[in-house]
Design a protein around this ligand. Sequence first.
Ligand SMILES: *Cc1c(COP(=O)(O)O)cnc(C)c1O
Length: 393
Amino acid sequence: MTNWPAMADKYLMNFVERLPLTLVKGQGARAWDENGREFLDFVGGWAVNSLGHCHPAVAQAVTEQVNTLIQASNQFYTIPQIRLAELLVQHSCFDKVFLANSGAEANEGAVKLARRYGKLHLKGAYEVITTTSSFHGRTLAMVAATAQPKFQQPYIPLPAGFVNVEYNNFGVIKAATTSHTCAVMLEPIQGEGGVNLPDPDYLAAVRAWCDETGILLIFDEIQTGLGRIGTLFAYEQYGVEPDIITLAKGLASGIPIGAILAKDSVSVFTPGEHGSTFGGNPVACAAGLATLQFIIEHDIAGNAQIVGQYLISSLEGLKPKFPFITEVRGCGLLVAMEFSQDIAQAVVMACLERGLLINRVKPNALRFMPPLIITKAEVDEALGILAEALASV
Ligand SMILES: *Cc1c(COP(=O)(O)O)cnc(C)c1O
């Protein structure tokens, strides 16, 4: 039988620590390896498979589109792109949409949009304030935005125009604002940084400051958006309307996509100032449309809220038995469990052996990001495996 990990080592660049598992198939919250072994999937393609693996509504929309029109370029109007933008606008506080191919690319576009706005309305201001333990993507500019040394150090010097300040501290944003500042960019809840929730008044304070100074507020909702945290968008839960948000991960159930949503007053691109060959591609947009329609029509965000609360309380229930669990935190189906020691990798491996896929978000923390269609019974099943794994480490 083919040794896929060995072949991968031979042919692929060594950019990520992979687990010793080759997945060949997925359905709903389950995935299978090449030997037919079944796993319960609480990684979900890194918070991407919002409707689970190969959801029939998405598979059908993609199949139809692939047999109809795969690519046409943005020089022409294509219908899935227009319909997806319409649905995003109808269900958000925004007016205009730009479609890209990934999260990092959406964020790059959002920063470019903020810089255009700065040139036109803020006397040439260009600097973007971002926060520690954030994650905004892997392009060079987004590495400069991502205020984590492990991502920045290997690539210094970084592109200019980003100021990194402490997350969840309004005072430092105020102090960092100068006449060069055009925007503040934040994840309302930090995902890759370890599922970090803001204090209740932090985002509102930043919004008020942006209103006072005229600078833009950008929410990176690539991980929190599209129902993951129990509402369609995170900004709804905090009662704060940003000027721009970015989406990607869960938007098209696994087909690469990214999106910038902005208020009319901020949508200042003119023809030629930004663009993409694949962005808004009919197949990706058909997948996005099918996903978003399903999320809205079946109140998938509501399920994420209910089952997410159940997941959090079930995880809390493990604390007495495993005193090395120091904290369970999260919102909807974006949840972390932190330990007093760096045992997350050992727990991930012990879960893998027992049929549960789970993510280590920090050396001492796990992250749970199952599909948003997950049931309480599947949570019970996962927690049974997790308890065995915790007992084994
Ligand atoms: C994953 C992620 C990104 C990057 O998205 P890519 O599609 O990997 O470029 C950016 N911001 C947040 C909050 C993310 O979770």
